[in-house]
Design a protein around this ligand. Structure first.
Ligand code: ZN
Length: 374
């Protein structure tokens, strides 16, 4: 959510967002049935999230979006008997889609390229600092969306999709993958048998994906005895087993069957094979998901569906850019270099620059500058 932007900047964002929503309303369709879903919105820069909203039909929802022009739009993964009830228990959960969130990790700090801002006194600069040199408060690094980190997250997403289909037998038609519009990927699963999973079962599923609570001892026994036929080990245990065998056979005449050595190989395999999902998101059946094709006000890009067949060739920094190309002026405080639509922008510091609206919105959304006229 955009924090602390000036009135003119907020108006600029809303003007751009309106254009997009007006022209793309038919793409803004929540998972159904709409009358059973809870909606949430951030409407301005100050207030908290407006939750517990519900709509009887798509027309009412679209009218609300065009009238309020929300900065962010969310819809429940769950279907409820009474989605508008403010008491979570009283909403009466019917069922909920399985929902996964994989976020890109932060890029490593770089003394030339990293920019920071002090939230206390407002000072900002390039470089790496422990504390604000002006007032001694904690600083915050201004992060642009990093292509390389996004690609890593996309590979994790691919890993997740494979496990969902191969190990859980989920039909690929029931798996929907999205770029979140800022720095991560979302996976929605709406296959019938998985909708009614309890929070407890979802937790077990999360443990499986993160390979938590794995019993190394048993695997070490198996490895030492070499008594098992590999094909008997299914799913993630089988993959760990095969990976450890690979590590052993690539070792150079070492005595490999010591417990500590095997444990090291097992832990390496786990690091490689686990899927880095956010566990909290998946376990919580009351979670609100960012609405597909809505704009993410952390960047001005949209949450975009990705075809499974083209998953690994998806380019978020091109395909999720939806705002206009008309040039506007932004007064930039500080903005590290960033890439959108195949163009590289910045780095900027203390300057007024003329940029396409999508890049200007990006700077405003990230709190790096203010709108200064069309
Ligand atoms: Zn300061």
């Amino acid at each position: 959510m955009v924090a602390g932007v000036l009135e003119a900047s907020l108006e600029f964002l809303k003007r751009e967002f309106f254009k997009y929503y007006y022209e793309n309303l038919d793409r803004l369709v929540p998972p159904g049935p709409i009358g059973k879903r809870e909606f949430g919105f951030f409407l301005d820069k100050k207030g908290g999230m407006l939750r517990h909203k519900c709509f009887n039909n798509l027309k009412d929802f679209h009218e609300f979006v065009l009238k309020e022009i929300p900065l962010d739009i969310y819809v429940s993964a769950a279907r409820y008997e009474d989605p508008g009830n403010r008491d979570m228990g009283e909403k009466k959960l019917i069922d909920a889609e399985l929902f996964f969130d994989i976020d890109a990790e932060s890029a490593a700090l770089d003394s030339d390229e990293s920019a920071w801002i002090c939230l206390k006194c407002g000072k900002y600069d390039y470089g790496i600092k422990e504390k604000c040199p002006a007032c001694g408060s904690d600083i915050e690094y201004l992060e642009t969306v990093n292509e390389e980190q996004l690609n890593k997250a996309l590979k994790e997403t691919d890993k997740l999709v494979r496990i969902l289909t191969d190990d859980f037998g989920i039909n690929s038609n029931s798996i929907h993958v999205f770029f979140s519009g800022n720095r991560g990927y979302h996976v929605h699963v709406n296959q019938e048998e998985f909708l009614s999973l309890t929070a407890e079962s979802r937790r077990e599923l999360v443990d499986y994906l993160l390979i938590q609570g794995f019993e190394e001892k048993k695997l070490i026994e198996v490895l030492r005895k070499k008594s098992l036929i590999i094909n008997d080990l299914k799913g993630v245990i089988g993959r760990i087993y095969r990976r450890v065998l690979d590590s052993i056979s690539s070792g150079k005449n070492e005595v490999v069957y010591t417990k500590s050595r095997l444990l090291k190989y097992i832990n390496q395999a786990i690091e490689e094979l686990k899927v880095r999902i956010d566990p909290v998101v998946t376990i919580d059946t009351h979670r609100l998901m960012r609405m597909p094709n809505s704009i993410n006000s952390n960047s001005g890009m949209a949450k975009r569906a990705i075809e499974l067949k083209k998953l690994l060739s998806f380019n978020p920094l091109r395909e999720a850019v939806v705002l206009g190309e008309g040039e506007v002026i932004v007064k930039v405080k500080i903005a590290p270099r960033f890439k959108l639509c195949g163009r590289t922008f910045g780095p900027f510091k203390d300057e007024e620059v003329e940029l396409p609206a999508y890049a200007a919105a990006y700077i405003v959304c990230k709190g790096m500058g203010e709108y200064a006229g069309g």
